[in-house]
Design a protein around this ligand. Sequence first.
Ligand code: MN
Length: 386
Amino acid sequence: MTVRWAAATDVGRARERNEDAYYGGRRLFAVADGLGGHKAGEVASKMAVEAIAALDGDPGADVAAALPETIREANRAVYAHALRDPSTRGMGTTLTALAIDGDVARLAHVGDSRCYLIRDGEITMLSRDHTLVAQMIEEGSITPAQAEVHPQRSVLTRALGAEPAVDVDTLDVPLHAGDRLLLCSDGLTSAVVEDDLDRLASDPDPTEACRMLVDEANARGGPDNITVVIVDVLDGAPAPAEAAPAREPAAELRRRRFAALRLRLRRRPPARAVVWATAVAVVLAASYTGLRIWSDRSWYVGVDGSRIAIYRGLPTDFVVSLHRIHEQTGLTVDDVAPYFRDRLADGIRARSLSDARRIVAEQIPRAVPDIAVPPTPTPSVTGSPR
Ligand code: MN
């Protein structure tokens, strides 16, 4: 099989920096979505794709066979880097990588960047998100629709660099001429619904298809960095007529149980980017004490697990936590209209405590009782997301 590929990456409309990275080469392709404060996310995602590039650059390597170990090695390298360099402590990255090996593609992945196969106009998700909400869907405790508005939908259960060792999911997919493989970071899939992906990715020119996907994610608010890699399978040995459809391996992948996971990484929700930038500016200009005084004079309404609370402080963390719960409101996330939960998760700033109470009383739209979703189950993982 020969392939052609194209890629696009964009900071989006809400973030200050682009912490995504990608690689495309002769036999290997990858998308990585870094997480961690300051520039740490960028460091982690760059390290991950550089490991993939190095493997592709080795002419003697069996890239498909070597891919999982290369990713485990990259995990160790990112983890060790974060231990050495305090400025990158807590960094991590997703990594979704494809090796094209004859007429088979090997997918290897960690995190919630995704790989889709588009074949004969049908799109199939080949990867499985390593997120808390994906785990809860598998356990049957929430529905996919509830997952989309769940306050903890950004919590990863697996990431590269977060622990000394990482499990890498792999999947081999027999390729057909005409197949299109799409790798993307969650900046695409959090903005564009899956039903729209194959239509948007349908342009025969992969460069144009990448551009359309990124433009659409930005048109829908661009809440996060957006990265897309498209790999088109052009020709090669005819695939067996009854080659296993891609659904089967994906289903098999889904059947595998999640290991007990201690890891909980929470990405900063997009709208916090502005608050972060502000916090950084202040810390440069003033002392920690100044920052404390400022945060003590700030109020916001936010989400505490599943409950709505009034916080004193800023809806962000800067080295130390800059907020604490002042009072509970008696409301839970389920009481709030689903479309508004996103905003609430980012925190709604108030001028004063009484302003915050007024916001709770007057400005938070309530869920319509008829279509109220069942109570959000408490995640089975221990610890608090904050
Ligand atoms: Mn992302």
